[in-house]
Structures are given as C-alpha cells and as structure tokens.
Design a protein around this ligand. Structure first.
Ligand code: MLY
Length: 265
C-alpha cells in the first residue's frame, strides 16, 4: 500500500491544510539512519524514564530504529528516531557517572545483573558515535489548529505512521485522530511529541505511510449517516463512543486485538 496515498490530492479532496513544519519537534531534513541491526546502545527505559539500559537494534524503518532491552523479552520493544535524546552510545553511563540499570522486569535474578551485563556486551558490536544525531529543538509556539493534517505514529502499532488530523488542542496538548479510523487509536499528546510529523515527512525520509482507514472518514464533506455531525464534532471528547453505532456496517478495530503494553513515550 506504500505509495498509493497522495497527500496533495487528499488535502484537496478534504479541503484541509497541513499543520506547518514549525509546529513539530522534527528536523526539516529527516536524520540519516546509520545504525545497523544487532548493534548495542544505551537507551532510556521507556517504562522507567530515570533508568538507562543496554539495548539492541532489532529493526529499522527509515530514520527509526526498533529497540529491545537486553535482559527483557520482545514484548517491550520500542521505536525511536535516530535523533532521539533517549539514545546514547555504549559507555555513556560510565562517562557520565550513571549506573547502567537492568530493564524493568529483568528476566533473571537481580543478583545476576552484573555478570549478565558483562556477558551481553562482550564481543557485541556497538553503534558508533556518528549514529547518534542531535535532537531537534522544541517548537516555540503552539500553532496546531483543529482540522490540520499531520503524520503520526499509531501508538498501538508503533511501527506505523499514518495520516492524522488535529481533533482538539488544549494547552500544551493536542488530540491526534487517525483518518478513516473510528477513534480507538486516537490519543492526546504533548505538542512537541516525537511521534508527530509534518505532512510529507514519510515521503522525505523513506518511511512508509499507511493509507487512511476505510471507516467513514467524518471529514469535511461527510455524506454522513450522522446528519448532525459537523466538522467540529470530529474533535475531542467521547468520539470513540459517539461514533460507534451498531447499525453501521463498518467494523472498527476493537481493543481486545491490541497489545496493551506498546505505548511509546
Ligand atoms: N491490525 C490492526 C491495524 C490497525 C491500524 C490502525 N492504525 C493505522 C490507525 C487492526 O486492524 O486492528
């Protein structure tokens, strides 16, 4: 399905505008991915942000790498941009006087951590310094407006980046709604989240972009079954319930199919 989605056409059809680049904590030129599979790094444990752990690069897509914490199983894998400040070369903790920690849920007896650590690093390839790119600076002002389009990580399927719409803005947070999906994937996040990208970012960075879903895209011109639904009703609140109707033929994805421990950030 990659390449079958055309933003330009889609924006026209939906009479929508993209959120400006200046909204995002992303560099204008996506960073180059110089990591290699199986290399080891030090990374902030996503479930315990004060802790830095050894991690292995187990996958990559465009400028994003998939990480597995050494001593943890594959159910806690997570994705990071190569310019994430959560990533450091092996040796970072030692240099900065921090302790390398076992991951939350370390698979062995904690007393075995020191020997596990030594073993896991011995002979392993380490990502060189040049792989780690400088994190972009924070966007200064909140220019997100309801209805603006963007590309966003699907946090329930974090390998995916999808067309999305700003559903609401509240203080420093934005409500990200996924185009063509019924609300089960939507989330609130800080406006400077690394999971949000300007329209065109995937194309620029060589990352696949999912096409929008098929479920009644209550966008601008909805020949809607819900006549009173206006564009602003697409915004926050009880969207997932409001848009669920047993009489519709669309079978939106339901949470029981979804992993619960995958949310990134
Ligand atoms: N297999 C999943 C994929 C859902 C992806 C939704 N994203 C793109 C918003 C499902 O159909 O439930």
């Amino acid at each position: 399905s990659q390449g079958s989605f055309d933003w330009e056409e889609y924006l026209k059809e939906n009479d929508a505008i993209p959120a400006p680049q200046s909204c995002f904590k992303q560099s204008v030129e996506p960073p180059v991915n110089e990591f290699k599979l199986h290399q080891k790094i030090e990374a902030v444990d996503p479930r315990n942000l004060t802790s830095i752990c050894v991690a292995t690069v187990v996958g990559m897509i465009g400028p994003r790498i998939r990480l597995r914490l050494d001593g943890s199983d594959n159910t806690n894998d997570f994705w990071r941009l190569v310019d994430s400040s959560d990533l450091h070369p092996v040796g970072y903790c030692e240099k900065t006087g921090k302790l390398l920690q076992p991951p939350l849920g370390f698979c062995k007896n904690p007393t075995l951590w020191p020997s596990f650590l030594q073993k896991t690093l011995t002979g392993a390839e380490r990502s060189p310094e040049n792989c780690f790119k400088k994190e972009p600076s924070n966007p200064k002002t909140n220019e997100f407006k309801i209805g603006m389009k963007l590309e966003a990580v699907d946090r329930k399927n974090p390998q995916l980046i999808c067309p999305a719409t700003v559903g609401a803005v509240k203080g420093e947070e934005v409500h990200v709604t996924f185009d063509g999906w019924r609300g089960a994937f939507d989330y609130w996040t800080k406006r400077d989240s690394r999971d949000l990208f300007p329209v065109g970012w995937c194309a620029l960075s060589g990352h696949p972009l999912q096409p929008p879903g098929q479920k009644g895209t209550a966008q601008v011109k909805s020949k809607s079954r819900e006549p009173s639904v206006s564009q602003s009703a697409h915004s926050p609140g009880n969207q997932s319930n409001a848009s669920k109707s047993s009489s519709t033929s669309s079978s939106g994805p339901t949470s029981p199919n979804l992993p619960h421990d995958r949310s990134v950030s």
